[in-house]
Design a binder for this molecule. Structure first.
Ligand code: TZP
Ligand code: MG
Length: 205
């Protein structure tokens, strides 16, 4: 069955949380109504990544929130996540599908060709970006912008998660251009009041 994504796809990345416990920030997001969380971990050993994934799974389950694990099919399976998000250099989509069955698989894309390849290969959604300038990740790509997002929208039918430099101020524009969902890291994790930030974003949809 086709996947329906919520307007906000919140990304939980421990490296982007300063001076607070990851668990506490996650709790604020969930209480504010986040229903899809991606766990993005770039600097933990597999054992710690798994332990965090298991904790995040418990907390998200308690709030009926979906959990997607970034990069790692093994960790997604081990913590019973709803799916995985794979980049162009991660395990290929067909291998992820073989291992994950009908769990959710999202694929990062940066142009129309990648987007169409992900769709024809059976991805459940695509990530598309970087939409705007961002310092959270050195993507190696220039900002794609609203015009290119509209072209991607016209080129594929599966849900689109826009990512990169999206914040409370520009999120409405991204939805308007055809993104089903907006993935946000720094604008949420860096907010003084994470719950209030999430609420202000969700309320715009
Ligand atoms: N992929 C493309 S841009 C990006 C990722 C992971 C970073 C998005 O972070 P932010 O802080 O929402 O710009
Ligand atoms: Mg990746």
């Amino acid at each position: 069955m086709a996947l329906t994504l919520p307007p906000l796809y919140a990304i939980l990345d421990p490296d982007q949380i300063k001076g607070r416990a990851v668990e506490e920030v996650l709790g604020e997001m969930l209480r504010a109504g986040v229903t899809m969380v991606q766990l993005r971990v770039k600097s933990l050993a597999a054992k710690e990544f798994l332990a965090l994934g298991q904790h995040v799974r418990q907390a998200t389950d308690a709030h009926h929130c979906r959990l997607i694990v970034n990069d790692r099919v093994d960790i997604a399976l081990a913590c019973n996540a709803d799916g995985v998000h794979l980049g162009q250099d991660d395990l290929p989509l067909h291998v992820g599908r073989k291992l994950l069955g009908n769990k959710i698989i999202g694929i990062s894309t940066h142009d129309i060709e990648q987007a169409q390849r992900a769709e024809s290969g059976g991805a459940d959604y695509i990530g598309f970006g970087p939409m705007f300038g961002t310092t959270t990740k050195d993507t190696g790509f220039t900002a794609r912008g609203i015009g290119m997002l509209q072209q991607i929208r016209a080129a594929v039918n599966i849900p689109i998660v826009a990512i990169g430099g999206i914040n409370e101020q520009n999120v409405a524009e991204v939805w308007q251009a055809g993104a089903d969902s907006a993935a946000i890291i720094s604008d949420i994790l860096g907010a003084a009041d994470v719950g209030a930030k999430v609420t202000r974003i969700i309320q715009q949809r």
